[in-house]
Design a protein around this ligand. Structure first.
Ligand code: ATR
Length: 287
């Protein structure tokens, strides 16, 4: 029997600041254990000023790749040798691959969102409403664009930001709107998929502009915030009888795709997602 991880383990990690809250080290070790792979995933807190040095160091140390989180997802684009078309469309990277010819940047957030929704039985065509116009919204637009969802409404507190984002996805049937109850009320009855991509909900806040009773009963509600669980928005939508999807599926699927890129093997995701949900719903029982 080989003791894992061994001295010849494939090493990956995550860079960001902070990274201490990240669930990725646990998640990737679960994937490796499940597949019996000799693999180690390490959290690296890296300040902006040290980003270039850290990347060179990771290459020198022979890391296979790493995930990237706040605040580096966009900052490190100029330091890369190449980026994939989907990372280019999103304008940010969350996955790096270290190779002989340099560093490749990829982004698995969009495909993670798509796979999570498909696994939860959500059709990705039909009128969608995205709340927010930040980095997470960009990843979801990239995914919905690939799936042919139409039309896509993009509502943001700062409407100019939604308008600007719409100009960056000119091939999509996008409509930018202010996040206002009167504006949303007119379109809620036709929405089949509503996604909150904003951080609102992290502190238990509600979404007063969204009158859930106006949504059709066939609408699916997705909140990419996964702490607390359920978020107030998902709790209210579930009480209204809507099909709800929290952000854990997207978290696990984006991680699984990074893991696949680095190791060539796709892990099972549903059990890992269930474990995380169990733990986040009962935070005293850490897995
Ligand atoms: P991320 O990369 O995680 O998407 P971001 O780029 O900082 O984060 O974007 C955060 C998004 O959440 C923005 O759309 C922001 O709205 P503004 O563009 O108006 O700032 C939105 N957001 C954050 N807090 C919010 C709140 N309390 N109410 C409504 N929208 C909020």
């Amino acid at each position: 029997m080989k003791l894992l991880p061994s001295g010849s383990a494939t090493v990956c990690g995550i860079i960001g600041q902070p990274v201490s809250h990240s669930l990725s080290p646990w998640m990737h070790q679960q994937f490796a254990q499940q597949l019996g792979l000799d693999f180690l995933y390490v959290p690296f807190p890296v300040a902006k000023a040290n980003l270039a040095t850290a990347l060179r160091g990771m290459q020198a140390l022979g890391l296979r790749g790493c995930n990237v989180t706040i605040p580096h997802k966009e900052n490190l684009l100029p330091l890369l040798s190449d980026i994939t078309p989907r990372a280019k469309a999103i304008g940010a990277v969350n996955t790096l691959v270290f190779g002989d010819s340099g560093i490749l940047g990829d982004n698995t957030d969009g495909i993670g969102f798509e796979r999570a929704l498909r696994r939860h039985g959500v059709p990705l065509q039909g009128p969608s409403l995205i709340i927010g116009a930040g980095g997470a919204a960009r990843a979801i637009l990239q995914a919905l664009g690939e799936c042919g969802a139409t039309p896509i409404y993009l509502a943001n507190r700062t409407v100019q930001r939604a308008q600007h984002l719409a100009t960056q996805f000119p091939h999509l049937p996008l409509v930018a709107l202010p996040l206002e109850a009167t504006v949303l009320s007119a379109l809620l009855p036709e929405i089949q998929l509503l996604v909150n991509t904003t951080s609102r909900g992290l502190q238990g806040e509600n979404h007063p502009e969204i009158h859930l009773e106006q949504l059709p009963s066939s609408c699916v509600l997705c909140d990419i915030v996964y702490n607390p669980l359920p978020t107030p928005l998902l709790g209210a939508a579930a009480a209204r009888g809507l099909h709800c999807v929290d952000g854990l599926g997207m978290l696990v699927e984006q991680g699984a795709e990074s893991f696949r890129i680095w190791t060539g093997q796709m892990p099972e995701t549903a059990a890992v997602e269930d474990l995380l949900r169990e733990w986040l719903s009962h935070p005293n029982s850490q897995p």
